[in-house]
Every structure is written in structure tokens, then in C-alpha cells.
Write a protein that binds this ligand. Structure first.
Ligand code: 5GP
Ligand code: ZN
Length: 134
């Protein structure tokens, strides 16, 4: 538990939330500022600031829970699609420094914006990146 971390308090139940699912490791809640109807957040109970601090075991559990809740939201709300979004760092849009996965149901013609303008993969970048993994 990090002091002054809002998601630690929510995940532990110290602050009430609209909870869709809870187990010993995770809580799934409705986002207070939803991008769309059904926008939910998968939040580990143990504090990790971001993906890079998240233990593998928690990551595994979180994606399975995300999958299950996503399926139920999509079916129950008759969504046409669903985005998983997970921001790390202010540059990537992270505003709460406690790891979370967004589940964002999508509806044909909605105005949700999680896109980007495609660039072009150039040879120098490709080589640099491939070299990192050799
Ligand atoms: P981030 O920008 O860090 O990826 O996402 C943070 C999300 O948390 C935002 O979508 C925001 O609406 C949501 N949020 C922030 N504070 C609260 C809160 O107190 N309760 C709930 N349910 N959601 C919150
Ligand atoms: Zn926290």
C-alpha cells in the first residue's frame, strides 16, 4: 500500500467503488470518467506503479480477469468491439501511478479516441530495434 495512492485505497476497499469483480489479488471497477458505457479498470490490490514494476504473476492474473470481464461487458452491453488500453508514464497518458488496465467497450460510430496516425517503418529504426532483441 502506497500512501496517498487513490487506486491502493480503492483496490483495498478503503474508498468505495462500483465493483464488477473482486478476488484476493485484483479489483475491477467502473471508471469515474468513462470513455464509453461500461469503461472499467482492472486494478491489482498490491501497489505497482506501472507495467515495468508489475510482478509476472499479477500480470498473468490481470490479463485473464481482463479477458473475462471484457467478454461479459461486450455481451451484456451489446458492444461492437472493445479496446484494452494500458498507459505507462505521463508521456503515454498515465495519470494514476498505480498499474491498471482499461476495458473500453466500443460501439459503432462512437467518438472514443484511442487511435494514432500510422507512420512508416524505416530501415534504420527497424535495424536498431531488431538489434535490441538479438
Ligand atoms: P490513466 O490515465 O492513468 O491510464 O487512467 C486513469 C483513469 O482512472 C482515468 O480513466 C480516470 O477517469 C480514472 N479515475 C481517476 N480517479 C478515479 C477514481 O477515484 N475512481 C474511479 N472509479 N476512476 C478514477
Ligand atoms: Zn497504489
Amino acid at each position: 500500500m502506497e500512501e496517498n495512492c487513490i487506486f491502493c485505497k480503492i483496490a483495498r476497499g478503503d474508498i468505495p467503488s462500483a465493483t464488477l469483480y473482486e478476488d484476493e489479488d485484483l479489483r475491477v471497477i467502473l471508471d469515474l470518467g468513462p470513455a464509453s458505457k461500461g469503461h472499467a479498470l482492472v486494478i491489482p490490490k498490491k501497489h505497482a506503479a506501472n507495467l515495468f514494476e508489475l510482478p509476472d504473476e499479477t500480470a498473468q492474473k490481470a490479463i485473464v480477469v481482463a479477458k473475462r470481464v471484457a467478454a461479459k461487458l461486450k455481451e451484456g452491453l451489446h458492444a461492437d468491439g472493445l479496446n484494452l488500453v494500458q498507459n505507462n508514464g505521463a508521456a503515454a497518458g498515465q495519470t494514476v501511478d498505480h498499474f491498471h488496465i482499461h476495458l473500453i467497450p466500443r460501439y459503432e460510430g462512437d467518438t472514443v479516441n484511442v487511435g494514432w496516425t500510422p507512420g512508416e517503418l524505416n530501415d534504420a529504426d527497424k535495424e536498431e530495434i531488431l538489434e535490441l532483441f538479438r
